[in-house]
Design a protein. Structure first.
Ligand SMILES: Nc1ncnc2c1ncn2[C@@H]1O[C@H](COP(=O)(O)OP(=O)(O)O)[C@@H](O)[C@H]1O
Ligand code: SF4
Ligand SMILES: [Mg+2]
Length: 324
């Protein structure tokens, strides 16, 4: 079965005002099957949002998105003209960001907007779309769906608008949902509700999900596979169980080690020292070297390629042993 979303060699280059070019996403490849959840994790500034924007076709024109191939639901977006590519994405792919309030139209009721999204993707009558919209608004945990249907975005709180945006995103069953920290700002109960809804839609209609988060705890709960991003590259990827049980890249190991655990005292909490390098000052060789305890001379000269190691792929010259 062909993946529902696949990118090969995806890069984003942006020309800065002072005439330089920065590359927040560098040659990444990913594939998502129907019904599957791929989590993209990494610290702030690693290029996760840029990746989502590139996949969704939402970057401004001055950002150059290049890819060897980029397919969505069987269509090769790289070979389509801009307009047709936008059309395919609108039908097949939905995206929700952390602060999605801007994604709602301020002069249309929430119900109208969700119903339009249902009609756009699934067709059908206005009445049927409206009924489906109301059902979805209930499923994202918004109280009194009939009232919310008639409400305008400014009449709802930020958290309610975020839930409305999620209803809008999944309306009409897109093939792919890209959720970029979409539930991060919601309280844990609402977050759990949304995650349940997403899981149900995955089972019911085979929706594939790209779930971007810095919260590894959620990844362990919901993801099938994980891609770890560092400084614009995927540095490790593989099935969630294998990555958590035996990370091969020191950055992944550091992220997992800094997860709070009940059986660990606070003073034992390890965090990765240092910071993600600024995009306009990438070190030569491995970008993680300045923070890596395993770094050797060759790491500062050679940029490690992503290579297969057992069941995962990792970009490291001195990877951790399998049963470290
Ligand atoms: N408009 C922009 N122009 C140039 N660089 C940008 C722009 N927006 C973000 N960046 C840089 O791109 C990199 C990746 O950012 P982003 O994708 O937002 O990271 P993440 O979502 O992982 O936190 C960061 O170094 C950020 O500073
Ligand atoms: S390549 Fe070297 S510096 Fe980079 S993560 Fe691996 S050991 Fe650390
Ligand atoms: Mg981001």
């Amino acid at each position: 079965m062909a993946p529902v979303l696949a990118a090969q060699g995806l890069s984003v280059a942006i020309s800065t005002r002072d005439g330089r070019t920065v590359t927040p996403v560098r040659n990444i490849s990913l594939a998502l099957d129907a019904g599957e959840t791929l989590a993209i994790v990494g610290e702030s500034g690693c290029g996760k949002t840029m990746t989502c924007l590139a996949l969704s076709g939402l970057l401004p024109r001055r950002a150059q998105v290049t890819a060897t191939s980029l397919t969505l639901a069987g269509e090769d977006l790289a070979t389509l003209d801009r307009r047709r590519a936008r059309e395919v994405r609108r039908q097949r792919l939905a995206v929700v960001f952390q602060d999605a309030t801007n994604g709602l139209n301020p002069v249309k009721s929430v119900g109208w907007q969700v119903a339009e999204a249902v009609r756009l993707r699934a067709g059908g009558s206005r009445a049927a779309a409206s009924a489906e919209a109301q059902r979805l608004i209930g499923r994202v945990g918004l109280p009194d769906p009939a009232r919310i249907m008639r409400a305008y975005p400014h009449q709802l709180s930020g958290g309610m608008n975020q839930r409305a945006m999620i209803a809008l995103a999944v309306a009409g069953n897109p093939d792919v949902l890209v959720a970029d920290e979409a539930t991060t700002a919601l309280d844990v109960t609402v977050q759990a509700q949304i995650l349940t809804l997403i899981a149900e839609l995955q089972r019911e209609v085979g929706m594939g999900v790209v779930f971007v988060t810095h919260d590894l705890g959620i990844v362990a709960q919901i993801a099938d596979r994980v891609a770890v991003m560092y400084a614009g590259r995927i540095v490790e990827s593989g099935p969630v169980g294998e990555i958590f049980a035996a990370p091969r890249h020191p950055y992944t190991a550091g992220l997992i080690a800094s997860l709070p655990r009940i059986d660990r005292r606070e003073r034992d909490l390890s965090v990765i020292e240092g910071q993600v390098p600024p995009i306009d000052a990438m070190p030569d060789g491995c970008a993680f070297a300045p923070r890596c305890q395993r770094a050797a001379d060759d790491c500062r000269r050679t940029s490690p390629p992503l290579a297969r190691l057992g069941g995962v792929h990792a970009a490291c010259l001195h990877p951790l042993r399998e049963m470290a």
